[in-house]
Design a binder for this molecule. Sequence first.
Ligand code: PLP
Length: 398
Amino acid sequence: MLTLAARMSRAKPSAIMAVADKAKQLKATGRDVISFSIGVPNFLPGPHVYDAVRDALGKDSGQYGSNRGSDALLDAFLKHLDGTGLTGYSRKNIATGIGAKHVLYNLAEALLDPGDTIAFPVPYWTTYVDIAEILEAKIRAMPCPADQNYKLTPAQLDAALPGVKVFLFNNPSNPTGMVYTRDEIGALADVLVKHPDVWIICDDIYNRMVFDGVGYHNFVNARPELRERVIHVDSLSKTYGMPGWRVGFITGPEVVAQACVTLNSNHITNVPEIVTAAAVAALAGPQDVPTQKCAEFQAKRDLVMDVMNSIAGLVCPRPQGAFYVFPNVSSAFGKSHGGVKIANDVDFCNVLLESKGVACVPGSAFGDPNALRISYTCPTAQLPEGLRRFAEFFAELA
Ligand SMILES: Cc1ncc(COP(=O)(O)O)c(C=O)c1O
């Protein structure tokens, strides 16, 4: 009998893409759908990126490239790292890949054997679970509900870490938009110092999208002795409006970067030359697009929070980064809308989409079935109408 590998029974298609597909299907039938589902930035990089691509096309070598990434790309990324406050790294500390998703997969392969334990806070970005399951790692979930602002506490971390091989931390967070303050990062770093056998992966891909002057803070700067086991993950997707270009980075100890380079040599080989040219231009060129977009996202966050705060029965911690809010909508469970019963987050999102044409992602996709995720990257003009319909839906629950 022909069979697929057993791991394929553990691999699931993305729950977020399923909602996005359903919204697309409805749109195709002529429905007016506003999508708060998919986390794409909805802007393009500056013209200098396209100029660099045109230039590179004229000079294309057509050859394989470096498994680590070209020197120009590594140097441009090192400069970008400096800008985020991560200094003291060199080319040998970096490995590139096809987006953050790919470099996270590389890291998991490099650090986790089957049966090893990976710990991360819940809610989490969906792919963390999928990668762990494919690689047969055990998951230690650390629940961080809305009433603790979706944030991990030092006591929780301390209690969870014994026996853990990898701690995976995402700041700013997808799906909650929460950002840890300098003091909060410092307190978690103090705990991490006490657990010397744990690798620490920091998925920092939203590090340039932080609002209210909170800033992006990290464990390495809080406790420099952690540098030898912290690995930072970054990507061009969100900051530069380049999700389809597929460029991701890890920065960390030489031995880990080298392991990722070795994995690259066995699958992707290299980030393509033309994509590299675009990435260098984005990282080293003018930064006005990311700066302006961050300000726009902050204004949109304000708009979304005004509506969330006006809805009785909804609990929504105020996010300070990325482009998501994660309201707890559990007060709606057990009620009905237009005669249709809403038992859980999935029903909520389905009935909302069908009755109001607003697409959100059920919180269970991120490990918290009491909530749903709103991604507010839709065109600015659509946002007030989408929020109006969302509030109207809530008000109509009986
Ligand atoms: C927290 C987080 N990490 C990683 C990724 C993957 O990003 P990339 O497009 O670089 O693969 C995403 C994308 O949504 C994300 O939200």
